[in-house]
Design a protein around this ligand. Structure first.
Ligand code: OFO
Length: 160
């Protein structure tokens, strides 16, 4: 049986993943509204990915005898000043999520819950990938400026 302390941080994590999912969905429709269909498509798929993370964590918590307790999800912003601002915001969201995941792994080690440690170590790796992914887009947006937006919109629109 998973401890109540770990249940609490995992439930907080599920909420954070769902919050990310809502944030990215709002970003997706904001971008589409601005005419950036490719960026919007990319962000919508990422929103789905975050929801899937939440489900995986909820399934794990349940399998370990814990109780999923969905919490209130804060409102997300409705608009951003530019495409770059959208991606910078998403990168900072990913960095925050990485810190939360690290905290879960630390608690799991402290409580000698190696199943939880193993499960969340996958997400430690996942966060390295995500920060690289979002960071790479931010770098490209900065490097190419306004002139590169059309090209990048087309490229990101190919995401499957
Ligand atoms: Fe759930 O991976 Fe991004 O945050």
């Amino acid at each position: 049986m998973i401890t109540s302390k770990l249940q609490k941080v995992i439930n907080d994590q599920i909420t954070a993943e769902l919050w990310s999912s809502n944030l990215y969905l709002q970003m997706a429709y904001f971008l589409k509204h601005q005419g950036w269909d490719g960026f919007g498509h990319w962000m919508k798929l990422h929103s789905e990915e975050e929801r899937e993370h939440a489900m995986r964590m909820a399934d794990f918590l349940t399998e370990r005898g814990g109780q999923v307790k969905l919490q209130m999800i804060n409102l997300v912003p409705e608009g951003w000043g530019s495409v770059l601002e959208v991606f910078e915001h998403s990168l900072s969201q990913e960095k925050m999520v990485s810190k939360m995941i690290d905290k879960i792994v630390l608690h799991a080690i402290e409580e000698q819950d190696y199943a939880t440690e193993n499960f969340f170590r996958v997400f430690v790796d996942e966060q390295v990938e995500e920060e690289t992914l979002f960071g790479g887009i931010v770098d490209k947006l900065k490097a190419t400026g306004e002139a590169g937006l059309l090209y990048l919109d087309k490229e990101l629109g190919k995401r499957k």
